[in-house]
Design a protein around this ligand. Structure first.
Ligand code: 5GP
Ligand code: MG
Ligand code: MG
Length: 179
């Protein structure tokens, strides 16, 4: 285990098993939908690549990249789109794939964006959910694991651009970011 990790919450095997379960559930609902699947870069990349390989229906893969403003003064302006879709989602079902739902601002922003473009349905699958930190009333439709209010890294999640490639979900030692 990496020396900067306080504890492992979910091993690679536990995560992979859970992703298989999520894929089975989602596959029963999307047989005739032909959705656009939209991972949110960069955090969702590792989770999404494994999930999408296990989805057993016709789909298109796209992606978006977003960033959160540090300045929290305008709630609607907290999220900025850095990379837009290449697909037109008008009349299409959209499945957003996220690494973690925290405050909920990112998900709310994307829901509003895709709804404004006429998406037929919008659902979200998130590897992790941190409900204790929610600031807006949004939830993922499919969640891998609920996590405590701690700083999580691994399986795509980073601190300062690092730890994304760790093949497990863990809690980062406070000493790494409290200096
Ligand atoms: P939101 O607050 O908009 O729901 O989540 C925005 C983003 O914050 C997430 O997609 C994720 O990139 C980041 N984030 C939230 N909580 C954590 C965490 O515990 N660890 C890491 N690495 N990123 C997080
Ligand atoms: Mg994210
Ligand atoms: Mg990040």
């Amino acid at each position: 285990m990496n020396n900067d990790i306080e504890k492992i919450l979910y091993t690679q095997e536990q995560v992979s098993n859970r992703i298989s379960e999520l894929a089975t559930t989602i596959s029963t609902k999307y047989q005739d939908e032909f959705p656009v699947v939209v991972p949110v870069m960069t955090g969702a990349m590792i989770f999404a690549s494994e999930l999408m390989q296990k989805l057993d229906f016709k789909l298109n893969i796209d992606y978006v990249d977003v960033s959160s403003y540090e300045d929290n003064s305008q709630s609607s302006g907290r999220v900025r789109l850095l990379r837009d879709l290449s697909h037109d989602v008008n009349g299409r079902s959209v499945l957003i794939v996220e690494d973690i739902i925290d405050s909920g601002h990112t998900l709310q922003f994307l829901n509003n964006l895709f709804a404004s473009r006429g998406a037929k349905s919008i659902e979200t699958c998130s590897l992790l959910d941190k409900p204790a930190r929610r600031e807006v009333d949004v939830d993922a439709d499919y969640v891998g694991f609920k996590v405590p209010n701690e700083f999580i890294v691994g399986y795509g999640l980073d601190y300062d651009g690092r730890y994304r490639n760790m093949p497990y979900v863990g809690v980062l030692k406070r000493s790494v970011y409290e200096n």
